[in-house]
Design a protein. Sequence first.
Length: 670
Amino acid sequence: MYFADIPQAELDDAGPSLKKVLQFKKKFERDRIGLHGSFETPRDLVSKVSDMLHEVLLEDVLDRVTQSPPTGAPAIQPTDEGTALDEASDHTPDEAQEQVIQVLDGVKAVLTGRDIKARALDRDRLEFFSAAVGIDRALVGTHLINRLYRRVARLELVQGERVSWARTMLADIGLHQDPSERVIPGWALLAESWDDVSSELLEYAAEEGPVGQGAMLQILRSGLYPASLWEEVDDEHAGIIDDQWARILNANPDNDDAVRYLLKGAQGHGMPSERLRELVERLSSVSGLHGERATLLKEIAEALNGNLELFAERLLYSLPATEMWSDLELNIEHLGDKSINRLASRGKDSSIRVAAITKGLLEGSLDDATLKTLLFEGNPKLSELIIDNARGNRNKARHLLSLVQKPPSGKVVSARVEAELRAISMSAQEIKSLVSERDWDSRPWEALTYSRPDEMLHDARALLTNDRVLRQRLANVLSPNLVSFVLRERKQGAAALIVRVSGQKATDQALVLEWFRSLARDGFIPDDAWRVILNLAEVAVNAIPDHFFEPYSDVLGFGTAASLLETAIGPLVAPVLARSERAWEREPADVWLIRRPERTVQELKNALHDESPSVRVAACSELTKRLESTDLKALLSSYISGKNAYWYNVVVLLDEYLFLPKVPSNLITG
């Protein structure tokens, strides 16, 4: 509030209106209602208002445009430390400081009315600067960051802004481990200011929340392992190293990346197992270490000492634990039967699971519950392991057959598994007797195709050529629905036999292809049918015509082909899947097609604007393999400055590929 300086003569002869003003002024001053001052002339008033707005209200403006903390976030109190922007300086401003000064001058011009249209006000830089100096250390908005990045070639940041940008970028990495979901670029601006990349990232990695998680994930991916953290030190310096590790390990105890970093760094530096065990054991006892962290480190130390059981329990539910198992080069050969059965039944990692199954089969330690789980799971690779182990051992095969004949509630073993087990556990004559007794049961018939394949080939061809005779026989004993079901199973067994025994013959290939067409015409393509058609493509590369699958894209079960893109039929099903209206079918095919070597550079550049994040990531990946850095920089510049809409994840990927700081000589990569 500003009050005019009134001459004493006017005060002595004050009228009713002036008396009211004077009374208000007295009350304002006595009760300290607000800030107040005085002025002599109108020009004096303008000057004082301008100074006040610049010095007092500017801070309030900056606070208002700073992002608010999440609801429920703890209040952050001001400290005496200030910020990186508080240091007084009497030297000439550098380019970054000059840019900030221009922004603040623009604010002053707007607030004082000298620039009514706000031409001088850089709103994006003002909002960013306010976030950088804010007490709450708020992350910067996605759109704001990307608008600023569009002027990366001429943008200079002061230290506080660099910190704010770095924290926002690292939080994005921590929150979105899938690169297709990341939206915050920044290495082009940060690279030159980070002299020691590992030290910078490790400092951020000690922060709780997504910023710390992102920093740890980035340093782990980059393979940056400063030797000082792993080198052998005396007792005097061990405490310093331990404190640094404790900060890193404690930052985000629900995330195991920090422990993986500890193990991979030791592996990268060639640390002997005994020394690693001593380091891990020592760190597990550091005062103040989070309880879960200490427990995990103790289990790792025990594993390195040969006691694997406790740590092996984590393999049942934790993918990071399986990665640590691999980092430590631990071997399941030393696990007991109980652990082997548990890993075989429900191990999180497929390779460890297969190793447990193989060990259990060789030693005969897999119990019936585990074997039953594996046989009824429907995984062809796992059931084949069990069947192969029983070949040549009729008693073992008979035991397995007895297990599949007692299915758990709601479970049905595949016809192929039961047929193969019959073939290796029964004589051909026994199987033939079953066929004659149970003509309606397709499984004994399919068992004969494994036991006597050459003998059954004629029957298989005849069945696929014309099923009328069998259909009539079955109609005498079964309902129409069951007739159709038995015919489908038997024809599938017939097609599988023809592919196994005579897949190279053109006439037999035609029979199998017509069988597949008939399934599609009936409205459903089962997974086992895809297995047969895939085997045909592997046996005879050119057996399936180029456009064979096109009429069947809308048939139920065709989506299974999306899991077969990396197989022999990938080139045949990908173009069909790419036209699907269902994203879960279309996107994997689009990604597969964009990675093909025949794609041109221009096609890849066009794909950077595709609506699918996965396609854009794939196109980026291919372009970084084909183009030189100078061309990629030009591509990035034109991408963000063009008139077309663009996608933030493309900018992130190109920015990281081009500008992520190189590893200094005192570091190693894993």
